[in-house]
Design a protein around this ligand. Structure first.
Ligand code: MYR
Length: 131
């Protein structure tokens, strides 16, 4: 189950990923140490997400397979949805400003939640531990 509180422990290639996304250096440096905490609560197909970091706090809801809008911390708007592939969450989102696609997955690996990100040929991962 994805339910629970997840705190980021470490990231791989996240700064390169943000650079590809067009995030400027100052914001990348801040975001690299954002202490991101995600609280996930799944009921059937519906997820409630509470996101808290040094950058912002945000509450949202989505239903698997249903398109919703999501604003990144720098205001970039995405539109897309999450689905399930086996036990893995797979999200496909499109940037509203340039039409490019960002794909992301969430999987439980051992004790960790691993989120992967892919955009324009660059991939990154963030690893979360239960908090
Ligand atoms: C959620 O389930 O947490 C809400 C939807 C997430 C959409 C995809 C998030 C991608 C975040 C990428 C960070 C990029 C920083 C430039």
């Amino acid at each position: 189950t994805y339910n629970g509180t997840w705190k980021v422990d470490r990231s791989e290639n996240y700064e390169k990923f943000m650079e590809q996304m067009g995030v400027n250096m100052v914001k990348r440096k801040l975001a690299a140490h954002d202490n991101l905490k995600i609280i996930l609560e799944q009921t059937g197909d519906k997820f409630v997400v509470k996101e808290a970091s040094t950058l912002r706090t945000l509450d949202l809801e989505f239903t698997l397979g249903v398109t919703f809008e999501y604003a990144l911390a720098d205001g970039t708007m995405l539109s897309g949805s999450w689905g399930m592939e086996g036990d893995m969450m797979k999200g496909t989102f499109t940037r509203k400003d340039n039409g490019k696609v960002l794909t992301t997955t969430r999987a439980i690996v051992g004790e960790e939640l691993v989120q992967s990100y892919s955009y324009d040929g660059v991939e990154a991962q963030r690893f979360f531990k239960r908090g």
